[in-house]
Design a protein around this ligand. Structure first.
Ligand code: NI
Length: 226
């Protein structure tokens, strides 16, 4: 399931993030890639322990904590601290898969990468190329979002970032271990949750709402590991 979340960061926050990242000292992105990915990765990144990455990453986590759509879609159990990357002319990231397990820097914890997230920080008109391409069961899907918008996609997908031909693409990316490991089960729960919310808004007097909410929670009980 591919989900787009709009305005995770409002324009003022995007401006602050970009202002800070423009000044940052970026490193070669290959440092954090596995053996196969290193061969196709051409970008720059902030290292895991970079103070700016930590500061902005914590802000993103705090904002997502209060984002109901994110919580409903991801059912997060743990999150890897967000990282930041920068693609400029001739940068790209060829077809690759993300490792299934990520260590969490500076802690003994690990995150299973059930869901991959990319939060776009650059205005899409400010750079050419740089689409995130995911190979889905229905074929390739291309995503290039407004600054402040975020895409969630299954951590299991083969994906790539198209070459940049001009401008600069800044983004945050990270992984989420979900309470519900399977993408299919998570999709069913998300669709059911949206339907319940819609009925609750449009006709809250419906008695069956309670029964539907019961079904949602019973499925969650079946499938979730908190
Ligand atoms: Ni990736």
């Amino acid at each position: 399931m591919l989900i787009q979340l709009q305005q995770v960061l409002d324009p003022a926050a995007v401006e602050k993030f970009r202002g800070a990242l423009e000044q940052a000292d970026w490193s070669d992105g290959r440092g954090s890639a596995g053996y196969l990915s290193q061969a196709v990765k051409r970008n720059r990144q902030l290292p895991d322990d970079h103070p700016l990455a930590r500061e902005l990453g914590e802000k993103i986590i705090r904002i997502l904590d209060g984002n109901q759509q994110f919580t409903a879609a991801a059912l997060p159990a743990r999150m890897a601290p967000p990282l930041f990357n920068c693609y400029e002319k001739d940068n790209s990231y060829g077809r690759h898969v993300d490792g299934a397990i990520r260590p969490v820097f500076g802690t003994p914890h690990r995150v299973r990468t059930d869901i991959s997230a990319t939060l776009f920080l650059s205005d899409p008109d400010s750079y050419k190329g740089g689409e995130l391409v995911m190979e889905d069961t229905f074929g390739p899907v291309e995503v290039k979002l407004q600054a402040g918008d975020m895409v969630l996609y299954p951590g299991s997908s083969v994906h790539a970032v198209r070459p940049i031909t001009s401008g600069r693409r800044l983004a945050a990316f990270f992984w989420i271990q979900s309470m519900v490991r399977g993408d299919r089960q998570r999709s069913i729960l998300y669709e059911l949750d949206k339907a319940i919310q819609k009925i609750a808004t449009e006709s809250p007097e419906q008695e069956a709402l309670v029964d539907l909410a019961g079904v949602y929670h019973n499925l969650l009980r079946e499938w979730a590991d908190p």
